[in-house]
Design a protein around this ligand. Structure first.
Ligand code: ADP
Ligand code: F6P
Length: 322
């Protein structure tokens, strides 16, 4: 293999740049050139790329976002569009593709391989940590860190004023960010898409208020069933008759300097993705399992849903809320 392509797809995640850097520098030691497709599958479809050498990825390891751009590209769901994209890739002498993204992006990569025979490798990059076959996705640790820092600050105001804060964190279908944030920030309660009883939440808060607790932070995952933090706050605030504010952290969680752990996961994954493709192994995602980078078939990744985040975290968050 002489030339590889890499792209970042779906929502950006802190640490994507570190993954691109690792892939480029690993390829370079093997004499393989790398091109970066601009804005994910959008640039891939148009054949728009930039040459990435060792220097092009310098000073990127500490930067959030993705310097080659990302997008959601609905047209890539069309097999005809994928066939044209594969043709452009061959014309540019690009022999394999690394896709950094979430499970949607991997569905695209898998289709490209099955239909066009393009060698592909996936690297999980999404703050949601909702990809099957890996314990950690690039960006997750940083997003949790950002949410925890924000809540630490809100607690000052909560304690001073007695106001309740409902803090909405990202996670369309997964409560992973919410649960980890709740435990790390010492939240009074957490509401996640995977379940939970509304009356139980109200009872818990009522008891805690009666016991004299002044500051309450309730972490709400954006994908929870009632429709997010505003909906939950309105119902709870009305029942408890207490002043409250809603804080939606939103895209703040997607940016910022990647944490050391996200950089390390990115380095391990970028390096192994290139090693695999260079050795003729295609159609796999580089997952992290018990701290080790491993190759997981993309087929399994797209055919399965990520298991729910550990229920023990929910119990722990509640037990420790005081
Ligand atoms: P993520 O990769 O984070 O799950 P999305 O679900 O938005 O994010 O997917 C990112 C992109 O991957 C989509 O905009 C589209 O280009 C591509 N994609 C998603 N699902 C498919 C699919 N079933 N077939 C082909 N491409 C897909
Ligand atoms: O998948 C990552 C993510 O940040 C989700 O947590 C969130 O629901 C979604 O992307 C937001 O997407 P957009 O940037 O298109 O609004």
């Amino acid at each position: 293999m002489k030339r590889l392509g890499i792209l970042t797809s779906g929502g950006d995640a802190p640490g994507m740049n570190a993954a691109i850097r690792a892939a480029v520098r690993t390829a370079s030691t093997r004499g393989i050139g790398v091109v970066g497709y601009v804005d994910g599958y959008t640039g891939f479809v148009k054949g728009e790329y930039i040459e990435l050498d060792d220097r092009a990825v310098g000073n990127q390891i500490q930067r959030g976002g993705t310097f080659i751009g990302t997008s959601r590209c609905p047209e890539f769901r069309d097999p005809t569009v994928r066939a044209q994209a594969a043709e452009k890739m061959l014309e540019a002498d690009v022999e394999g593709l690394i896709v950094v993204g979430g499970d949607g992006s991997f569905r695209g990569a898998r289709a490209l391989e099955l239909e066009q025979g393009v060698p592909v490798a996936g690297i999980p990059g999404t703050i949601d940590n909702d990809v099957f076959g890996t314990d950690e996705t690039i960006g997750f640790h940083t997003a949790v860190n950002t949410a925890v820092l924000a809540i630490d600050q809100l607690r000052d105001t909560g304690e001073s004023t007695g106001m309740m804060f409902f803090v909405e964190v990202m996670g369309r279908t997964s409560g992973a960010i919410a649960l980890h944030t709740a435990v790390a920030a010492g939240a009074a309660a957490v509401v996640v898409p995977e379940g939970g009883d509304f009356q139980e939440l109200v009872d818990r808060l009522e008891t805690s208020i009666a016991r004299g607790k002044r500051s309450h932070v309730i972490v709400v995952a954006e994908g929870e069933r009632a429709g997010g933090a505003f909906k939950v706050a309105e119902r709870v605030g009305r029942l408890l008759n207490r002043p409250y504010r809603v804080v939606v952290l939103g895209h703040v969680q997607r940016g910022g300097r990647p944490s050391p752990r996200d950089r390390i996961v990115a380095a391990l994954s970028g390096a192994l993705a290139v090693e695999a493709l260079a050795n003729g192994r295609s159609g796999m995602m580089i997952g992290m399992q018990r701290g080790q980078a491993v190759e997981v078939p993309l087929r399994d990744v797209v055919d399965n849903v990520h298991p729910d985040p550990p229920y023990e975290l929910l119990q722990l968050a509640q037990m420790l809320s005081g």
